[in-house]
Design a protein around this ligand. Sequence first.
Ligand code: ZN
Length: 255
Amino acid sequence: MHFIDTHTHIYVEDFDADRDAVVARARDAGVALMLFPNIDVASIAAMRRTCEQYTGCCRAMMGLHPTEVKETFHADLRCIEKELEDPCYIGVGEIGLDFYWDQTYKRQQIEAFELQLDWTKQLHLPVSIHTREAFETLLPILERKQDGTLSGVLHCFTGTEEQALRAIDLGFYLGIGGTVTYKSCHVRDFLSRLPSERLLLETDAPYLPPVPHRGQRNEPAFVVHTAHFLAQVLQTDAETIGEITTRNAKALFRL
Ligand SMILES: [Zn+2]
């Protein structure tokens, strides 16, 4: 079986003690490729180092995460824009809006998001979008910015069916992570009605581990559990889910 974990942060310090073993388990589980979204200026060095250490099975994106938009965001964005000149990056991310944790920098988050969206268009790169408690602000921005040149994924999608369809209408993919295996996750109710050619698999490791690993640190090998769950819902097998989602990820990220 082959999978692409389209959103994973194994470069963070949670994995410093056993990163080799984590990557080996991912390979054994059939995870052929891991895509790293950046977090902030401080995370760039570790992300690049991890990419160089495991060449061939990881690729990186560059962006400023919404929860890291603070008073220094203009300087941080200049640094990230400079970093994006390196052609090694396959996308802009992760960027977005998060009004759940903190609304102090709401206005700045919107400014940073719009600016980084403009870069993705100029650079012709896909974008990985994080959104929490902010869909109704975020979707109109995407609708306004979409002129045919914007492509990307709403990572770890947790919105409503109506929001899912709006995103798909805009040409976006939906990242399906471990949260769909939770009984409380309402995305399960309409998952089977979403077009499979717009679904991507992801872990968001070290966060949001799928059942049966809830409460543990998440890692790319666990993407298999999400694939099995999706296979059940779509009445197919995990192998087919692997094929479909790998094809989708390759198309979006031009891999
Ligand atoms: Zn993330």
